[in-house]
Each structure stands twice: as structure tokens, then as C-alpha cells.
Write a protein of this length. Structure first.
Length: 258
């Protein structure tokens, strides 16, 4: 399979038109006419994951988080970003990032996050009107109403994470849940207005958490890595019936608990 065919497969599910204007989703490095035998799947493109891709002889990396967000004016091999770019070029490894495209795609990260948490999705928090069923965040109901403290335990177990940060009264009864994979605190006012009892997201700031609870919505910060790492499984499903060998990143969460 050629890289251009790999790209088409990804974009059939997560069209590049779904990308936000500030994002850098898409084909970032390589030759689209190269044949692909090994693809490395990862949440992040960084020194660790690129070195692992090189070690495993990957022809291509499919990542959720892109590089070169703000553009570059120079490539210094002694900087982390410069090293990553140099290794990709030197080892002829193509790079494709499906970032906000996969966040917003139908069947993408937010739909899978909702599914993992047992949420029956009713609506999209920030709908993309150009693509049916697509947009950022999801909101819906869980099967049984539970206290916030109990739902936090459900989230922790479902996402296989050692801890979650919770804002709100532990005894608040939860039935309507909003989710936003990664950093989606901007959508909390929308979730509150749509009737969510709690929003599960990541990278919460202190004062935003205070404002949210005062607005009447509880918050569960489940971490960026735990709410998005299963993007590798989504990528894997796209190519499970192909002859391409899939290599899954062994990268772990940058945060540890002591």
C-alpha cells in the first residue's frame, strides 16, 4: 500500500476538512508515493516515539498529536523538534497526524470515549455543520444514576488510569455526562447549558474548575493521555485487514503518581 492510499484510508474516516484552523493535522513529512510495509501508531510524535519507530524499521508514523504547530524557521538538530525532524528525514519515515480531525470525526476519539464510559450519546457539544455526525465533544446519559464519587471510580477504571481529579460535591447525582477528549475545558459552558451534570476532560486549570462548579457542572479531569491513548486502537482498526505490519507505541503517560 502506498502512503497516499494510507492517507486516503485515514481521511475517509476523519476528513482533513474537520481540522481546526490552528491545528496542523495532515501529511507532515515524507513521500506519498512510497510503499508502506510497517506503520508505527502513536499518540505523540516526540524523541521517544520517533526513536522507537526507527528501531522497529517503520516506514510511516500515524500520530494523533502533530509536530510543527506554529511553523518553523530553522531546524536545529540539537533541539527536540529539530532532532525529530532530522530522524524522520534521515530514516525516510513518513508522518501523518490526525489530531482535531480524529477528535471530531464520527466514530473518532470522543465517540469512543463516550462508549468506554457507558454514555448513550444524545448530541455533540460543538457540531461541525459541514460534516454530518461530526464535531467536538459528546453529551449523553449513563444507564444508572450514580453519585459523582462513584462515577469518578467508573471513569478511573474504564480509562485504566491511577487517578482522576474531581471538582464538585462528591454526593452530586450524575445522569447526564459530557466528554471532551484531551483539553476541552472551553466546552464546559456549552456542556453546562446542555444540561450535563459532569464533564470528563483533561488539563483543567484551577480557576476554570472553580467557575465550572459555580456554574453547576462537576468536572472530572481524567488526564490527557488516558482520554486519548486509545486513538492507536482506532488507527489500528483502519488497517487490521491489510498486509501492513502495525507497531504500537509503548510510550506511557508523562505524569506519574507518587
Amino acid at each position: 500500500m502506498l502512503i497516499r492510499d494510507v492517507i486516503k484510508k485515514i481521511e475517509d474516516m476523519a476528513p482533513i476538512g474537520l481540522a481546526y484552523s490552528w491545528d496542523n493535522s495532515g501529511f507532515l513529512c515524507g513521500d506519498k508515493n512510497k510503499d508502506v510495509k510497517k506503520i508505527y501508531l502513536t499518540l505523540d510524535t516526540n524523541i521517544y516515539t520517533v526513536n522507537e519507530a526507527v528501531k522497529n524499521g517503520a516506514d510511516m508514523i500515524i500520530s494523533h498529536h502533530p509536530i510543527m504547530f506554529g511553523g518553523i524557521k530553522s531546524v536545529d538538530y540539537n533541539t527536540p523538534s529539530g532532532y525529530v525532524i532530522s530522524e524522520l528525514v534521515k530514516n525516510d519515515i513518513a508522518l501523518y497526524a490526525a489530531h482535531t480531525t480524529m477528535d471530531t470525526a464520527k466514530g473518532g476519539l470522543n465517540d469512543i470515549l463516550a462508549e468506554k464510559l457507558g454514555i448513550e450519546v444524545m448530541d455533540i457539544l460543538e457540531r461541525n455543520n459541514d460534516f454530518e455526525g461530526c464535531g467536538l465533544g459528546r453529551i449523553g446519559r449513563i444507564k444508572n444514576t450514580v453519585a459523582l464519587s462513584d462515577f469518578a471510580s467508573i471513569v478511573k477504571k474504564a480509562l485504566d488510569t491511577p487517578f482522576v481529579r474531581v471538582s464538585g460535591n462528591a454526593n452530586t447525582m450524575i445522569s447526564t455526562v459530557a466528554v471532551g477528549s484531551g483539553a476541552c475545558s472551553d466546552l464546559i459552558p456549552v456542556a453546562a447549558a446542555m444540561g450535563a451534570d459532569v464533564m470528563v476532560t483533561a488539563d483543567m486549570k484551577y480557576h476554570i474548575a472553580i467557575d465550572s462548579v459555580e456554574r453547576g457542572i462537576c468536572i472530572i479531569d481524567a488526564g490527557h493521555y488516558p482520554t486519548e491513548r486509545f486513538v492507536m486502537d482506532i488507527f489500528g482498526q483502519l488497517f487490521k485487514n491489510s498486509e501492513i505490519k502495525l507497531i504500537y507505541s509503548t510510550e506511557t503517560d508523562i505524569f506519574s503518581v507518587y
